[in-house]
Design a binder for this molecule. Structure first.
Ligand code: OGA
Ligand code: NI
Length: 355
């Protein structure tokens, strides 16, 4: 009986925003129940959990020695963390803020207007809007609404609110420059030269998306989840947020809440970086928690190979390390489809293609 009532309560929920705004809501409906274990949280004051910071200005305009130092630091960061915060990256603060505001503007549209942006489940839709992750597959509903827009190689945009298109065009271009600079430095850190990843992953036609997440306040934040633990499917993801924290990364077996310099980009390595490096660099597990104070907005900007690229461990690296490839080669588009099929719920897709 209770289960039936619960199902009715949530089956017609079109957005977590509208559910969270219902005045009677004082606990998490059972369809959303997810337990966070507070014992798994890292102590942010422990030096072991000091999040690496990368000063991008030293990569772009430092002396050759300064650049070499950062490239050297990246080896350790990519092996041990797969995560860092990029500062002095050149994307103007007012553009980052305008992008967050434009996202907020979209989520504030009435539900019936946002519904215009619903689409099928193909990963390469121009854009999509929804709640949770995939209502047909989700075992537990997620405390978030989202949109996703493809911004490269062809640029698409939401057409509401009116300012969205112009802001997202500029923001996605500038963020792509940051992601490519990071990619060059990582490529160099592998001893493969700065253009190796760009060239072999066909990044001139590389997939870039702009993914907005809306996490409204939750009455019992420890009993719900924004996005459960996962790794991203591309090469490198940049992320910005409004003034609320919530992103957690897994480091040395603990969950660490990312709390960093304002205006930095949170940068996580993703699956293609782990596959390309034959496991040397780490696609970091991460998740989004929710809070009971204020709405959190985050924008993830994943960057990947072109969708037709055959992804596989770099032969040059395997040879140098005397290792057999640990992952099977496959087409990047198929990899994304595998990730989104739900077969790898709360697992990394690369676990599915181990050689
Ligand atoms: C994602 C993601 C985390 C966050 O969108 O893939 O990991 O903090 N988001 O919103
Ligand atoms: Ni992610």
């Amino acid at each position: 009986m209770a289960a039936v009532a619960q199902a009715q309560e949530t089956s017609n929920v079109t957005s977590i925003k509208s559910l969270a705004e219902s005045p009677a809501l004082n606990s998490v409906p059972s369809a959303y129940a997810f337990n966070i274990n507070p014992n798994d949280e890292a102590d942010p004051n422990d030096p072991e959990f000091a999040i690496p910071i990368v000063d991008m200005s030293l990569l772009t305009s430092g002396s050759p020695d300064e650049r070499a130092k950062i490239v050297g630091d990246l080896v350790k960061i990519c092996e041990e963390w797969g995560f860092f915060i990029a500062i002095n990256h050149g994307v103007p603060e007012n553009l980052m803020k305008a992008m967050i505001d434009a996202c907020h503007g979209f989520f504030r549209l009435p539900d019936e207007e946002k519904r215009e942006f619903k689409s099928g489940n193909d990963v390469l839709e121009m854009f999509k809007y929804g709640t949770s992750y995939n209502l047909a597959l989700d075992k537990v509903l997620l405390w978030r609404d989202f949109f996703k827009v493809r911004t490269h190689p062809e640029f698409y945009s939401l057409y509401k609110p009116a300012s969205f298109s112009e802001i997202s065009l500029e923001f996605s271009k500038r963020s792509r420059e940051v992601a490519l600079e990071i990619t060059r430095a990582i490529s160099e850190s592998l001893g493969l030269g700065p253009d190796y990843i760009y060239n072999t992953m066909n990044m001139d036609r590389g997939l870039q998306m702009l993914a907005g997440n809306y996490y409204p306040p939750c009455p019992q934040p420890e009993h719900a989840i924004g996005i459960p633990h996962h790794t991203d499917h591309g090469l490198v993801t940049l992320l910005i947020q409004n003034e609320m924290n919530g992103l957690q990364v897994e480091h040395n077996g603990k969950w660490l809440t990312v709390n960093g310099p304002k205006n930095g980009f949170f940068v996580n390595l993703a699956d293609q970086m782990q596959i390309l490096t034959n496991g040397k660099y780490k696609s970091v597990m991460h998740r989004a928690t929710v809070n009971n104070k204020a709405t959190r907005i985050s924008i993830a900007i994943p960057h990947g190979p072109s969708v037709d690229t055959i992804i596989a461990p770099a032969p040059e690296l395997c040879e140098r390390e005397g290792q057999a490839p640990k992952y099977l080669a496959m087409n990047y588009k198929e990899y994304i489809q595998l990730q989104q099929s739900g077969k790898n719920y709360m697992k990394s897709t690369f676990d599915h293609i181990r050689a």
